[in-house]
Design a protein around this ligand. Structure first.
Ligand SMILES: Nc1nc2c(c(=O)[nH]1)N[C@H]1C(S)=C(S)[C@@H](COP(=O)(O)O)O[C@H]1N2
Ligand SMILES: [Mo]
Length: 524
């Protein structure tokens, strides 16, 4: 008993009180968020506000370093910081109870400010979870700090000390159990909401396309081991977005509103209304502007969707070239993201669509269920709005969407690029014939040539797979007669407009990385 008593030093009592108060604050806030506003939980809003404010180079670094785990890392970071502050406040509270409690309230205000600053904030209601949570946390800290002080004060050997220590520990345990139950209830409620959305997805039967995708020519797939498969399976398709919690939208209550400048017949569509229209099915390669040369943020899928041009025309929209007053189409998602595309591009006859299907199934939640936009030839951040809820016609002069406010270009057509998939960097292939292979893309223009260079040698033609469409990537391969030693293999592509992929290296900001992809290998 006495050794246990000794381990419970004053700072550890303070830390225990602080951590318990912190957990209570989070649990209460998450429960209230689940009840009133699922997107306004404190970790979500603080994380979201951090994402919004992260300078592009840091964001780039995070994507590069942590890849698609960047959001988990961010949330863990926030929780670790909160735990540290809660511990510190607990220790302070043992000397100054009011200061400790006020410190917890101050954190509530940070959460509140973050909630109100989010692009999807709908008003003061978003402040409630953080405010109420911090009041609960402050009260818990005030009470526990009092008990913690008592536990240390009773004179030794009187038995009273053991009693107040037990009183403190009991209060901590009871509060911790209550906080856990509260958190679990909040989690249950948000899970229930998610299940309605999941049921709506499971029940969705996609109609067959009025215009099916042309069959992929067998020669489009080279079947080289290690090459990116021509069609990217949904589970392997890259995911890039700012959503800390993937929105789970119930298709039954989902609506899409089309409105704005020059929209003479504004309309709101249900999913059934969209599905009743003639659908097109197309293979389209989607690329992220944050993809480094040689990077993974590119994928090719078979999309099913409603052609946007006809839908917009029905609402009275005319492209600028035919006198329409709006040159920018701003798509907005349920989580407040805004993406702007040139109206001219969307209506020029390419297969711009509101996609409902991806590789034969309804869109996965990660990829925008129930509906997302796609415009072949444009990077995702200026075209591919997931979880879309409205389309507003406006001008580039009048409105800057989310990424443009953060230094990315207003307009961003995809740059001609190529990537070596195999051999992998620093591979050690045996001397002799080594198959070098990969993919190249230049959506809307297509790929007409791919060349390989070994060290400082001449550019050599690679073998091209058959082209599917100008909107899809194209596989290529090259049989390399490899000699022992270290070698650098470099690739470049030429697009259907005759443009050779530039060797000029640029970073991803503001309008996409350029330069050649190289791989160093040691032939043994
Ligand atoms: N709502 C929403 N849509 C979004 C984004 C986002 O952050 N939020 N990111 C865009 C970006 S930058 C890209 S590259 C594509 C990626 O789509 P994917 O995750 O399905 O591959 O989605 C786009 N649509
Ligand atoms: Mo992107």
């Amino acid at each position: 008993m006495s050794s246990f008593r000794n381990t419970l030093s004053r700072p550890s009592r303070g830390a225990l009180a602080g951590l318990t108060a912190g957990c209570t604050a989070l649990a209460v806030a998450e429960l209230i968020a689940a009840l009133v506003r699922p997107a306004a939980g404190p970790v979500t809003v603080v994380g979201g506000a951090v994402v919004d404010r992260t300078p592009a180079p840091v964001k780039d670094f995070a994507i590069r370093t942590f890849g698609e785990n960047d959001k988990t890392v961010l949330q863990l970071g926030i929780l670790v910081l909160l735990a540290l502050f809660a511990t510190a406040l607990g220790i302070v509270a043992l000397r100054h109870r009011y200061a400790g409690a006020l410190g917890v309230l101050a954190f509530g205000l940070v959460g509140t400010a973050a909630a109100l600053s989010r692009p999807d904030s709908t008003g003061l209601g978003d402040a409630v979870p953080s405010l109420v949570g911090s009041v609960a946390g402050a009260a818990v800290l005030y009470v526990l700090a009092g008990k913690a002080v008592l536990a240390g004060e009773a004179p030794r050997g009187t038995g009273a000390r053991g009693g107040s220590r037990r009183g403190f520990l009991t209060a901590v345990a009871v509060t911790a159990v209550a906080a856990t139950a509260t958190g679990a209830l909040g989690r249950m409620l948000s899970d229930r909401r998610g299940r309605d959305a999941e049921a709506s997805r499971a029940g969705l039967v996609l109609p067959p396309p009025a215009s099916p995708a042309p069959a992929v020519p067998p020669g489009a797939r080279l079947g080289v081991p290690g090459i990116s498969p021509f069609s990217t399976p949904n589970r392997d398709f890259y995911r890039v977005d700012t959503a800390l919690v993937v929105p789970k939208v119930d298709a039954d209550t989902w609506r899409l509103r089309i409105h704005g400048k020059g929209v003479t017949r504004p309309r709101t569509f249900t999913l059934d209304e969209l599905l009743a229209r003639p659908l097109i099915e197309r293979d389209i390669t989607l690329t992220c502007v944050s993809n480094e040369v040689g990077g993974p943020y590119v994928g090719n899928a078979r999309w099913l969707g409603v052609p946007l041009r006809g839908l917009l025309a029905e609402c009275g929209v005319e492209p600028p070239s035919r006198g329409g007053p709006a040159d920018q189409l701003v798509a907005r998602s349920v989580d407040g993201m805004t993406l702007g595309s040139p109206v001219e591009d969307v209506m020029d006859g390419r297969d711009a669509m509101l996609a409902v299907g991806m590789n034969g199934e309804p869109l996965p939640f990660d990829h925008g269920f129930p509906v997302r936009m796609l415009v072949p030839g444009l990077y995702g951040y200026v075209s591919a709005c997931k979880w879309i809820e409205s389309i507003e016609l406006t001008t580039f002069a009048a409105y800057d969407p989310y990424w443009v406010k953060r230094k990315w270009a207003r307009k961003a057509p995809v740059k001609t690029q190529s990537r070596i998939d195999t051999p992998r960097p620093f591979a050690r292939p045996a001397a002799g014939t080594v198959t070098v292979a990969g993919v190249a893309w230049a959506q809307r223009r297509g790929i007409t040539r791919v060349e390989i260079r070994v060290d400082d040698g001449p550019w050599q033609h690679a073998d091209l797979a058959e082209q599917d469409t100008v909107d899809t990537w194209r596989q290529w391969s090259y049989r390399w007669n490899a000699t022992p030693g270290g070698h650098t293999i470099t690739v470049r592509a030429t697009d259907g407009a005759g443009q050779v992929q530039t060797e000029q290296r640029t970073r991803t900001v503001p309008d996409g990385a350029s330069g050649h992809h190289s791989v160093f290998v040691t032939v043994t």
